[in-house]
Design a protein around this ligand. Structure first.
Ligand code: HEM
Length: 474
């Protein structure tokens, strides 16, 4: 991952608007609904990064009146990164399930029922902010992104209907359960190969040994990315996390924007080369759909789908495996329970997703005035859906602070979202975590956390898991 450069609040200064005409005539423009709403003439004429941010910056203090404000709530603060659940416990959630966080410019939604409602109502809540940079971009960074083909709503997860469906439908067709099941032997072989390389007689660092390389290997080989390019792709994904979900300063923005443009260009080229040399991979499966009707799925759209999967397919799962091992080891007895009864492994994965998910927050923006959690929100209100808090909501889960391998409704969690954007990789992510845990518990029945370590987390709002996890096998 890229080193993170923290910047003071002033870095959120507004940037001048940029213009661009990039959407092909005849395609439904994903940007148009929002662009029209905020006064742009049409997406052919204008699409810029700062305009969407206007949605919240245009929300006045008067409009926020009646909504509780938590001045010091900052998910990028050291205190929060260290222990978000301690911050959650300190909030008056019953009295204020929705509050405004000035450090973000977002309304924070904490309750299970409210978050579920937002996920299910894609008419009132747009996904347009899902990958929006938290900070306004400096003009040069925005220019580099736009020139590189990276839009303010850069991929499937941030598009609303019908543009979202155009990408999701072919992805579902190519990402079949059969293809996911067929990945089990490869996942197993990769776990074996990675763990064979570990020297169990000394403490070892599990993220580097397993959590990080496993999902990257699986998703990149599934997509059809040549092995020699994996490290570069991983680096570009780090830039993506920082740019959209962190608080990079101007210099860091420029560096990340260049990498994002290179990342986009690389995927377009990959699709072009696969078009001439098909293989048994996901990119080729999408190209076969393109062959049926080139207008219903263009090669650029295939590159956009690969952009979605290349990122969503590994950071999420690396962190899930790290969180799971950490939570099983931090309390004596949990690991032993799984060692003694491997049938508990699927439950261990689900309980981790509820108790300490790897995607703790996701974003939406209101398309009209709504009432949520008793708070009246204007159109254009940006929402920080605190998924991790929903897993600790006592009205959804009994004794939510307890990590319980026997919990009967753990899989009710909202870790994969709900509704039209429900995570396409949920089955794959869980399969990887299960196989990793099967093999770890089989090989290392006495695995322990190394004492005295401080677990660190990457400073971003949406992806959370240990950056390093030192363990000893005996
Ligand atoms: C295992 C841990 C994972 C977690 C916790 C997770 C979580 C999420 C969340 C919260 C969303 C957004 C849902 C919404 O907006 O309503 C999402 C969407 C998505 N995820 Fe995952 N994900 C994981 C793994 C994966 C994997 C392994 C892949 C790919 C192979 C993947 C691919 C996607 C895609 C393509 C979307 C966008 C779907 C759409 O917009 O229609 N995810 N995921």
């Amino acid at each position: 991952m890229e080193p993170f450069q923290a910047v003071p609040e002033t870095s959120t200064a507004r940037t001048p608007h940029l213009t661009l005409g990039v959407f092909r005539p005849g395609l439904t423009c994903p940007w148009s609904r929002r662009a029209e709403r905020y006064g742009a003439k049409g997406c052919e004429e204008r699409a810029d990064w700062s305009r969407l941010a206007d949605g919240v910056e245009g929300v006045t203090t008067e409009q926020r009146s009646g909504c509780p404000v938590q001045e010091d709530f900052d998910p990028l603060s050291e205190e929060f990164l260290r222990d978000p659940f301690a911050v959650l416990a300190s909030l008056p959630r019953d009295g204020a399930p929705v509050f405004y966080a000035p450090t973000l410019g977002y309304y924070v939604v904490t309750r299970y029922a409210d978050i579920e409602k937002v996920f299910l109502d894609n008419e009132s809540y747009s996904a347009a902010t899902a990958q929006l940079p938290l900070v306004s971009l400096v003009p040069e960074a925005a220019r580099i992104l736009l020139a590189g083909g990276h839009q303010p709503q850069p991929s499937m997860v941030s598009l609303d209907e019908p543009a979202h469906r155009r990408l999701r439908n072919p992805t579902v067709r190519a990402f079949t359960p059969r293809r996911v099941d067929a990945m089990a032997p490869r996942i197993r072989a990769t776990v074996d190969e990675l763990l064979d390389a570990v020297d169990p007689s000394a403490p070892f660092e599990l993220v580097r040994a397993l959590c990080f390389p496993l999902p990257a290997t699986i998703i990149f080989s599934f997509m059809g990315v040549p092995r020699k390019d994996w490290d570069t792709l991983k680096e570009w994904c780090g830039s993506r996390a920082t740019l959209a979900w962190g608080r990079p300063g101007p210099e860091q923005q420029l560096c990340d924007a260049q990498k994002m443009a290179a990342y986009r260009g690389y995927l377009r080229q990959l699709v072009g080369s696969k078009a001439d040399a098909r293989a048994d991979d996901f990119a080729s499966a999408l190209l076969a759909i393109h062959d049926e009707d080139p207008e219903s799925l263009t090669q650029d759209e295939i590159a956009s789908i690969l952009f979605s999967l290349s990122f969503a397919g590994h950071e999420t799962t690396s962190y899930l495996i790290g969180n799971m091992v950490r939570r099983l080891l931090e309390e004596p007895g949990r690991w032993q329970c799984v060692v003694a009864d491997p049938a508990l492994i699927p439950a261990a994965v689900e309980e981790t997703l509820r108790y300490d998910t790897s995607v703790p927050a996701w974003r939406r923006v209101t398309t009209k005035p709504v009432t949520l959690g008793g708070v009246d929100l204007p159109e254009g209100a940006k929402l920080f859906l605190w998924i991790a808090a929903s897993g600790r909501d006592p009205s959804a889960f009994r004794e939510p602070e307890v990590f319980d391998l026997q919990r009967s409704n753990a899989n009710r969690h909202l870790a994969f979202g709900k509704g039209i954007h429900y995570c396409l990789g949920a089955a794959l992510g869980k399969l990887e975590a299960q196989i990793a845990l099967q093999e770890l518990t089989r090989r290392f029945p006495r695995l322990r956390l190394l004492e005295g370590q401080t677990i660190r987390f990457h400073p971003n709002i949406s992806f959370r898991g240990p950056l390093e996890l030192w363990v000893r096998a005996g």
